[in-house]
Design a protein. Structure first.
Length: 638
């Protein structure tokens, strides 16, 4: 093949443009390390004659360089484009390839097999309609059963909503094309996968390296009467079900190029819509009728799932980015709490009480895992108790948001039933989730209006309420300074309360230990208690190690601008250890106190505290005077 313009391998935009004309199948390949995923896709491209002449020459040279036997082609090199992949012998990212036959066009995602890259597999599966799960027949025969990664990937494939699965039992040539082994693998997989809810499971005996039952039927498997892998991919019925689902249109942006035009741009997530159809803003219930559907190429008569367009309405209504326009007769849930399956994708473990950002469609909201109900054992699909999730683990969680969002249960409509979690400090995507259902408590609990509010209480106390948050290592002097500050404020007639780290663990937080997860929950509770005290009009002094910036930022965000004053008592670790007023450092160094901040648990200093105190140079009295001066600048009569 010499002319790239004549290549049947098309770019993604061309595929999507012609999707409705010839049909498009998005599928994923996954399995354990060295199951042969890249080799299988390379064989598909090779046998389909979808390789350019320059690629052929490079492939032959690379195959020779890596030392294949008898001058054979190493088909995996077609997929492993990164030098690190070749050096390690594994695929470390999702590699997408586009190819076509006379019957269908394909987008295939070759996903990593190693356990530490399960998150990449979830990414590749999120847009796939079918899955090719490779099983190494030779490895199964040695292990005496399906491998853990096969079960893990099958469960994740089910979790993201893929319902069509083909099990490619690979390396059959290494087991002499043993029919009995193939049948036993088929039965074992069917038994394992029955609870996963797949619509169909097809098992095919293949040798990706030799090409058996990949494109052409193999003479070595006369006992097999099913389809080849390509036959299956060309004929599997994966009609896009999104169009038959209720109409959902997440608004991406509001367009107002001039005073005469106001439109709502986005992509139809599910269903179909036409001019003249009535729509509802999911959150508010406000109704309007679609007047036009505008695109660069002109107005549309109908828009279906996957179509990008700009909707104009027959009247002015309150709609902004993140709102979802929906069909009036089939409205989604609108709530600020729900249950979900969560796939943890970050190297740092899940800390249930930490605040994250949830992104669903075009909407975002502050989010918190309020309950990690269970961790899923992917080997048994059973549930196990857990306090956290490590990377690649799956959990069942309750999530509370800072506002209500519109969503469907993922099983009913994946289009707006999924989400990602983002770390507020690093902006890293840490998890992907699938919503199970809204929590009833979300619809049963409402804010009760009260007559006496924060301003009235502050006026009655003749002071502006504040939260003064002292942070620093154990032994830094923060509790001593906080106590002196409260004594001075009390002498001035200010209404105060001191929350101290040790004291609250005798009551409010007596059930918590000192793991990272427990520390996060400890500060969450203190932050909420401090918010209530500020609401009551008090000046509340909080003295806590509070080692993580994220939780101190969370406490700050609970209050209004200017109400949170962070005091960093910056005392070197060596000084704190020398003081060691409670003997804790000595015990930590002896290994008697695990997870001790500064020794085997980190402390993250504040980025920009309102006041930094040198705890080694200043006396407690001097430090207290500086804090008092800061507080009194803004705590006079309201």
């Amino acid at each position: 093949m010499t002319n790239p313009k004549e290549s049947p391998v098309m770019d993604i935009e061309a595929y999507l443009k012609h999707q409705h004309e010839t049909g498009l199948l998005r599928f994923i390949t996954c399995g354990s390390v060295d199951d042969g995923k890249s080799t299988l896709i390379g064989r598909l491209l090779w046998d389909s004659k979808l390789i350019y002449e320059d690629q052929l020459a490079a492939l032959a040279a690379d195959s020779k360089r890596v030392g294949t036997q008898h001058g054979e082609i190493d088909y995996a090199l077609l997929l492993d484009g990164l030098e690190a992949e070749r050096e390690q012998g594994i695929t470390i990212d999702v590699a997408y390839r586009f190819f076509s036959t006379d019957k269908r066009k394909f987008i295939v995602a070759d996903t990593p097999g190693h356990e530490q890259y399960t998150r990449n597999m979830v990414t590749g599966a999120s847009s796939a309609q079918a899955a090719v799960i490779l099983v190494d027949a030779h490895a199964v025969s040695r292990a005496g059963g399906l491998l853990t990664q096969t079960k893990r990937h099958s469960y994740l494939v089910s979790l993201v909503g893929i319902r069509h699965v083909v099990v490619a039992v690979n390396k059959m040539d290494l087991v002499g094309f043993d029919e009995a082994l193939f049948r036993s693998i088929t039965e074992a997989y069917r038994e394992f996968s029955t609870p996963l809810g797949f619509s169909d499971v097809t098992t095919i005996p293949v040798s990706a390296l030799r090409g058996d039952n990949v494109m052409e039927r193999s003479a070595s498997t006369a006992w097999y009467s099913g389809p080849t892998l390509l036959d299956y991919l060309e004929t599997v019925d994966v009609e896009d079900e999104r169009t038959s689902l209720p109409f959902r249109f997440p608004v991406q942006i509001v367009l107002r190029p001039d005073h005469t035009f106001r439109g709502f741009a986005g992509t139809v997530a599910s269903g179909a819509v036409r001019p003249g159809d009535e729509v509802v803003v999911a959150a508010s219930g406000t109704r309007a009728t679609i007047r036009r559907m505008v695109t660069m190429g002109g107005d549309m008569d109908v828009a279906v799932a996957g179509d990008a367009t700009v909707l104009t309405l027959d009247r002015e209504i309150d709609v902004s980015r993140g709102d979802v326009l929906v069909a009036p007769g089939a409205r989604p849930s609108v709530a600020d709490q729900f249950r979900a399956h969560l796939v943890w994708m970050h190297a740092e473990p899940l800390l249930p009480a930490r605040m994250y950002v949830l992104k669903s469609g075009t909407d975002t909201a502050p989010a918190q895992i309020t309950d990690l109900r269970a961790k899923v054992n992917v080997n048994t699909i059973g549930e196990e108790p857990a306090k956290t999730l490590e990377m690649n683990e799956v959990g069942i969680v309750n999530i509370a948001l800072g506002k209500e969002i519109a969503f469907d249960a993922f099983a009913e409509n994946p289009a707006i039933g999924n989400f990602i979690l983002i770390d507020r400090e690093t902006n890293a995507t840490v998890a992907a989730g699938m919503i199970t259902h809204a929590l009833r408590r979300a619809t049963n609990i409402h804010w009760q209006a009260v007559t006496v509010n924060r301003a009235a209480r502050a006026e009655n106390m003749a002071q502006r309420p504040r939260c003064v948050w002292f942070t620093g290592l154990s032994g830094s002097g923060k509790s001593t300074i906080a106590d002196i500050v409260e004594r001075k404020l009390h002498a001035l007639g200010r209404k105060t309360y001191l929350l101290d780290g040790d004291n609250v663990r005798h009551g409010l937080c007596r059930d918590l230990g000192f793991t990272d997860a427990d520390r996060v929950e400890n500060i969450r509770r203190i932050g909420e208690a401090a918010r209530l005290m500020v609401d009551a009009g008090l000046i509340v002094l909080c003295s806590f190690i509070s080692p993580f910036r994220a939780e101190r930022h969370m406490a700050r965000r609970l209050l209004e601008e200017g109400e949170f004053l962070e005091i960093f008592v910056d005392t070197p670790l060596s000084v704190c250890e020398a003081r060691d007023p409670k003997g804790l450092y000595a015990r930590a160094r002896a290994g008697e106190l695990p997870n001790f901040t500064g020794i085997d648990s980190p402390y993250e200093p504040p980025d920009a505290p309102e006041l930094r105190i040198d705890g080694a140079a200043a006396t407690p009295e001097e430090a207290a005077e500086r804090v008092l001066e800061l507080i009194l600048r803004g705590t006079g009569p309201a």
